[in-house]
Design a protein around this ligand. Structure first.
Ligand code: PAF
Length: 283
């Protein structure tokens, strides 16, 4: 049986534990999570292990990135299985603060990211989200002081926001994006997939299929607007209510008007019943 990694719950205990990991100049990678770990998270841990000598995983369901109408209360919490997965991956340290340790009484600072955080994608539908993410991730970076931090490409705008923030604020951590892990039928792994009913779960991979079809149309020379309209129509017909289905520049997330403007990404967010799914692919 794998040994349970050390679990720390206060900032001073974290500092001592990270100092211990850093003995003999070992490098450290951080994998920030909100728990409910699946194979996508496991792949982030494996990327972290390849990058650095020691791996710290944080588990903190961050209240400040949820709107009052969202699922903070019901967000899946699967502590025992999370710990078993991290033990199997031989993670060195788990940082598991409670809300008081992360946001002590009197806490009154919020990071307000701009640039990719204002691209008109997730921010348009979840205006509270990136401020909450940037604040907690800035804190995680300051607390762990890792050399590397690994984020999934599944939350592509989030990846761009935290990479920009780390660079803008000279936080001394290199942000690394890691490929989206998909189920066999193409559905991107997400902790929120458990919300899908069996019928919705059957439909959910249509999101990926529509993006792939859209990428095929673009590669064959179809106009951007027509290709995006075709993709949007495909997911609507499958039963989704789309928030956006867009082609953006992969680095800046700015809208693009021609295929020659550099690396591109198709990004989509849509509701299937009560569950909101997001996904993206490179083209
Ligand atoms: O992607 C997530 O799980 C969260 O947004 C993160 C980066 C851990 C911040 O709470």
């Amino acid at each position: 049986m794998s040994r349970t990694p050390t679990i720390v719950r206060t900032v001073p205990a974290l500092r001592r534990a990270v100092d211990g990991l850093r003995a003999r100049r070992a490098t450290v990678a951080l994998v920030p999570t909100m728990g409910a770990l699946h194979d996508g998270h496991v792949s982030l841990v494996r990327v972290a292990k390849r990058r650095a000598d020691k791996v710290v995983v944080s588990i903190f369901v961050n209240p400040t990135q949820f709107a009052p109408t969202e699922d903070f209360g019901s967000y899946p919490r699967t502590w025992k299985s999370d710990i078993a997965k991290l033990a199997a991956e031989k993670v060195d340290l788990i940082w598991h603060p409670d809300a008081k340790a992360m946001y002590p009484d009197g806490f009154s600072t919020r990071v307000a990211p701009e640039g990719p955080a204002m691209a008109g994608l997730e921010d348009r539908f979840r205006p509270h989200f990136f401020g909450g993410v940037a604040t907690v991730v800035a804190k995680l970076f300051a607390q762990v002081r890792a050399d590397f931090a690994i984020f999934g490409e599944k939350d592509f705008q989030q990846l761009r926001v935290v990479a920009r923030m780390a660079s803008d604020l000279d936080l001394g951590v290199k942000v690394i994006g890691s490929k989206t892990v998909r189920e066999r039928d193409g559905l991107a792994m997400s902790s929120r997939n458990v919300y899908l009913s069996p019928a919705e779960r059957q439909t959910a991979p249509e999101l990926y299929r529509a993006m792939k079809e859209c990428a095929r149309l673009l590669r064959n020379g179809t106009e951007i607007e027509a290709a995006m309209a075709a993709g949007t129509e495909m997911i609507k017909r499958a039963g989704f209510v789309p928030d956006y289905f867009e082609l953006r520049h992969a680095d800046t997330l700015a809208p693009v008007s021609s295929r020659d403007e550099g690396p591109m990404r198709i990004l989509v967010a849509a509701k299937l019943g009560a569950t909101r799914l997001i996904d993206n692919i490179a083209i």
